[in-house]
Design a protein around this ligand. Structure first.
Ligand code: ZN
Length: 396
């Protein structure tokens, strides 16, 4: 049957009505279809992309409803999507935040896997910050946009494999996430079976990409320099770079798929991800390695080290004070490398607090700013790594 013009108009009206009542938490098939078909399309179907309700508001205009995976969550409103076009042009995407505020400056993937922030005049944020409108120049093919650089689970697995190969580290699967994804450890054995244990964590909070970039630069600077080997040999190293693979895969703001912030589960260990990390740490201790230091990489609104209070009765005593002093010496600038927060989240079941309370050894959360220049992230990490080698060398 061929639809009469009137019938076509009625059908169009019905379609518009359906898309018009978009509810924040239930993207219907027809809503998504309206964005995923046509000459210019928007899709959210890759690793780290959430599944937000999408409404087409024009031939090359879309609206996404940006809501978290669970209510009452840390305000880290992540988004990531592809725009597809047959020919070059301009697309417009409105990010609608019903209960939160626009936080992340949008980034676009360029050729060769490089990323750049969208120009400032391409992003218009409403006064209450509950809406941001992006104007994006699109080339034929797909253009990827993210709240930060998009680093998929496959990218992370590739990085771990390449890094392990370059540095001679061993890789092992220490457990599985709730949805059965492997959690991988990198390790470097000490020269002596009684050597102290240093633990490095990352990837607990999915949108905190500057923490991923910082962790990678830190590990590169620490382990790729042959000159560091004799110092590094004095310690047993356990590295867990990607602790929340399910949250990363689904583009979560904060949680794993158990509805929990993993960095509030150190101590209770109710989730398979944190329980696996704990078991891996305990296995090292059973083998004779006394806990010495824990570093946990994250991102927030500034470059800051959250440390234990100076006077805390920990061994090594006043590690943070001493390490930071060496960092600042190496940094050699009028303005400090990192801010310092000496009593952040005291009493909360975070990795650093649990480590200090359980083993009387220092735990430090290393935070990079959301918008910190990426070269500065690399410099900060290289400086922190150099300072750690110096500290460990002098501690021997
Ligand atoms: Zn975090």
């Amino acid at each position: 049957m061929t639809a009469t013009p009137l019938l076509r108009l009625l059908m169009l009206g019905a379609a518009l009505t359906v898309t018009g009542c978009a509810t924040p938490d239930a993207p219907s098939a027809s809503e998504r279809a309206s964005c995923e078909t046509g000459a210019v399309r928007l899709t959210q179907d890759f690793s780290t992309a959430p599944d937000y309700a999408c409404e087409r508001t024009g031939d090359s205009a879309f609206e996404l409803v940006v809501i978290p995976e669970d209510p009452d969550i840390n305000p880290s409103p992540w988004y990531a999507f592809d725009l597809h076009a047959e020919r070059a042009g301009e697309a417009r995407v409105a990010l609608d935040y019903p209960e939160y505020r626009h936080r992340y400056q949008p980034r676009v993937e360029l050729e060769g896997g490089h990323w750049a922030a969208l120009p400032e005049d391409a992003v218009i944020v409403s006064e209450d910050r509950q809406r941001a409108t992006l104007t994006v120049d699109i080339a034929p093919g797909a253009t990827r946009i993210g709240a930060q650089e998009v680093i998929s689970l496959a990218d992370r697995a590739d990085w771990r494999a390449t890094f392990a190969e370059r540095t001679g580290m061993s890789r092992s699967v220490i457990g599985e996430s709730r949805q059965g994804r492997p959690i991988e450890a990198l390790s470097r054995p000490a020269a002596s079976p009684e050597a102290p244990l240093i633990i490095i964590l990352g990837g607990q909070h999915p949108p905190e990409v500057p923490g991923v970039l910082g962790l990678r630069a830190f590990l590169d600077a620490l382990f790729e320099r042959e000159v560091n080997s004799s110092v590094l040999d004095g310690y047993q190293w356990l590295i867990l770079p990607d602790l929340n693979p399910d949250g990363i895969e689904h583009g979560h703001w904060r949680h794993n798929t158990g509805g929990l912030d993993l960095n509030r589960d150190w101590g209770p260990f109710t989730q398979p991800e944190t329980a696996a990390a704990f078991a891996a740490i305990e296995a090292q201790i059973t083998d004779g390695h006394a806990p010495y230091l824990l570093l946990d990489f994250h991102a927030t609104r500034r470059d800051v080290l959250y440390t234990p209070p100076d006077a805390a009765a920990l061994t090594p005593f006043a590690f943070s004070e001493d390490w930071i002093a060496v960092i600042e010496e190496e940094w050699d600038s009028e303005t400090p490398a990192f801010d310092r927060g000496p009593s952040h989240n005291v009493g909360m079941p975070t990795s650093k607090t649990w480590f200090a309370d359980t083993y009387a050894a220092p735990g430090v959360t290393v935070e990079y700013g959301d918008n910190t220049d990426r070269d500065r992230i690399t410099n900060l990490s290289q400086t922190a790594a150099r300072a750690l080698v110096r500290y460990l060398d002098e501690a021997e």
